[in-house]
Design a protein around this ligand. Structure first.
Ligand SMILES: C[S@@+](CC[C@H](N)C(=O)[O-])C[C@H]1O[C@@H](n2cnc3c(N)ncnc32)[C@H](O)[C@@H]1O
Length: 318
């Protein structure tokens, strides 16, 4: 971030108890733009958690007949090959969808309808759904498309050329879906509020730029002003130097109401790697907070049997 020193970043981004550890890091280890490729992480525990929350949100919104719009500002690819290339190399999906895939009909799939629906959507895109492990995994937009109705509409944005082409091909000849190669934050200004006045915006940035949290926050506030009744879901990582604390603080001070915080961790906070992920949901549809409170702990122990934990709490209530 231009003009941001290591000290600024430490002060703004780090939980208090981590600051001393941070200051002992070698000076080259400062937050820098990362080169993010989602294919490495497709289907991992954080992706699965996000997609299950997405399923719960769309299921709740679908309870009313009125048409809705789904906008995905950072859509990524249409789908991912798990046993080839980047995903195969990283193998992260084995501790994500790999762990849920085996739950054919067993608990909690037969108790939590959203999990059943999500697994069904993932199975449907797998050419051999009876295999022990999946070969294919949907991107958020392909999953959403499977859950939406003929009257609903999708707006998808992706900046990276290769991912955009893949997305565009996946949705070719789909009259309900518009795919744009453009900045997702800028697109929010152009497309909100939608004509339907009902729906969900998923903001799922790669957090590869050090000012991502600032852009995300500014975008949430401006979008809410344009469309106060819209549902907004924004993903964030839980990792060392986590942006979560500053994001939460700013949202608490923003004046916005009805902000739900959902987090799932697979282990304690640690210096390296992702130990959890979270989602901010502004205006969650009726019943979603209760559903997630009931089922996320079960999901956490399915994904991380020893140390999995989930937390669903109002950051700002009604
Ligand atoms: C975390 S991935 C998206 C994953 C996807 N939402 C899913 O759940 O399957 C983030 C994507 O955002 C794209 N991207 C990065 N900056 C962007 C921007 N400003 N606007 C739109 N897309 C962006 C990246 O190329 C990447 O494909």
């Amino acid at each position: 971030m231009t003009g941001t020193t290591r000290e600024d970043y430490t002060r703004r981004m780090l939980p208090r108890h981590h600051k001393s550890a941070y200051n002992r890091l070698p000076s080259y280890d400062i937050p820098e733009p990362m080169n993010y490729r989602h294919a490495y992480h497709a289907g991992n525990f954080a992706d699965v958690t996000k997609h299950l929350i997405l399923t719960a949100l769309l299921a709740a919104l679908s309870r009313k007949d009125k048409p809705m719009v789904y906008m995905d500002t950072h859509a990524g690819r249409y789908s991912y090959k798990l046993q080839e290339g980047a995903a195969a190399k990283a193998s992260e999906w084995r501790d994500g969808i790999g762990r849920l895939w085996a739950a054919k009909g067993s608990t909690p799939a037969n108790e939590w309808p959203e999990l059943t629906r999500y697994l069904q959507a993932v199975r449907e895109i797998n050419p051999e759904p009876a295999r022990d492990l999946p070969t294919d995994y949907p991107g958020s937009s392909q999953l959403a498309r499977a859950l939406l109705r003929p009257t609903d509409r999708l707006i998808l944005c992706e900046t990276e050329a290769e991912e955009y082409q893949h997305l565009k091909m996946g949705f070719a000849n789909d009259p309900q879906t518009a795919v744009h190669q453009r900045d997702g934050y800028e697109a929010l200004k152009a497309f909100l509020p939608p004509a339907e006045r009902r729906g969900l915006v998923l903001i799922d940035p790669p957090f590869e730029e050090t000012n991502e949290t600032d852009r995300l926050l500014a975008s949430l506030l401006a979008s809410h002003e344009r469309w106060p009744t819209g549902v907004f879901a924004a993903w964030y990582p839980l990792a060392y130097r986590t942006p979560a604390n500053s994001l939460h603080r700013s949202l608490i001070n923003s004046g916005l109401r009805r902000i739900l915080k959902v987090e799932l961790t697979t282990g304690p906070e640690r210096l390296y790697g992702l130990y959890g992920s979270g989602m901010i949901i502004i205006n969650p549809p009726w019943g979603v907070a209760e559903t997630l409170t009931k089922w996320l702990p079960t999901l956490a122990t399915r994904l991380a049997p020893k140390e999995g934990r989930a937390q669903v709490a109002w950051l700002v209530p009604e």
